[in-house]
Ligand binder design. Sequence first.
Ligand code: CMC
Length: 393
Amino acid sequence: GDVFTHDPGFTSTSACESTITFIDGDKGELLHRGYPIDQLASKSHYLEVCYLLLYGELPTAAEMEKFENTITRHTMLHEQMTYFYRGFRRDAHPMAIIVGVMGAMSAFYHDSTDISDPRQREIATHRLIAKMPTIVAWAFKYSIGQPFVYPRNDLDYAANFLNMCFSVPAEDYEVSPVLARAMDRIFTLHADHEQNASTSTVRLASSSGANPFACIAAGAACLWGPAHGGANQACLEMLREIGTVDKIPEYIARAKDKDDPFRLMGFGHRVYKNFDPRAKVMKESADEVLDLLGIHDNPTLQVAKELERQALEDPYFAEKKLFPNVDFYSGIILEAMGFPTSMFTPIFALSRTVGWISQWKEQLSDPAHKIGRPRQLYTGHPFRDYVEVENRG
Ligand code: CMC
């Protein structure tokens, strides 16, 4: 038969060529189009990084202004989409709503489903980046029974998102610039991460020629799992379960016990076996936000700090090269900002949309791309003849 390699989890298989993101897991290096993530996180901002990921170069001032205007023009959702939201149970997980709404965009923006037209492909990328904050904020508002807040195009990307999440018609709400900056950093640090599970899902979905909204919805569905984007929610839930600092050694012992499936959520990474460069920046941001909000007595956050300290000192975690990952710290920031844990993965999905759509765009412009079709190692029964029901058992 055919000769092929068996590689479960694709740990040694390259599925595409890409010029977008480079990761050196041993060095703890993450580059977007060559630029290191720590420089981007401190000097740039999310929409500029979006431009960089999509177009390959940092924008000039004029290019940036044009891009910002374009994104701002597309922030509204079709008004009819509010009915789609209202069809969900009010206690639905926001990710369930988001996966549905993203897929449903194919029904609302037919013109952008024509992937043979480069202009429509471009508009689809802009629509997705522009509408994601609205889609995610509305899923949140719906889940807490508050009216939808429409986008405000005078605010920047992150501030507009916070405003749509936290403002209510009856009260004055002004977005704190420090929180907007921290939100922007969370977006920036999650913008792309080469061929992770959700991005590979987008590429596999797109390899059949599926429309961009369907592909991105597939990526979001994959992101939802606790081993991927669901880790930030799982991490915070674990911190709450631990509850008090004195319980930490018990949980560390469980994480080390081979007979116990429990793992420390927010620790470890498939690619970073040294440290996660995003986690370093996110940790600084977490300290800034906690200081600004004057939160020093939140028990969950106290458990987080102490768990981080104890795990980093433990030889088991050092030997296996398990460090707090980006989601450990993003969870802390989002908790401090007042987001419920169910919103953590949606915020990751919002941030990663640009990565998904940049990789989608790159794939379609690669003349060598073809439909993804992994092989398998069949371990089932060999050939046998059908047995009539009366002769079975
Ligand atoms: N707690 C305790 N032990 C762990 C952990 C952990 N969080 N992660 C890995 N290990 C152990 C694991 O038991 C194994 O031990 P042994 O070699 O003795 O069998 C060893 O470390 C290697 O683990 P693995 O599962 O083979 O490694 P992987 O590369 O397949 O898994 C991972 C990577 C991220 C899925 C895993 O570390 C994990 O489950 N972490 C917790 C979930 C999490 O925080 N995920 C977010 C990842 S970052 C955001 C994103 O990209 O989505």
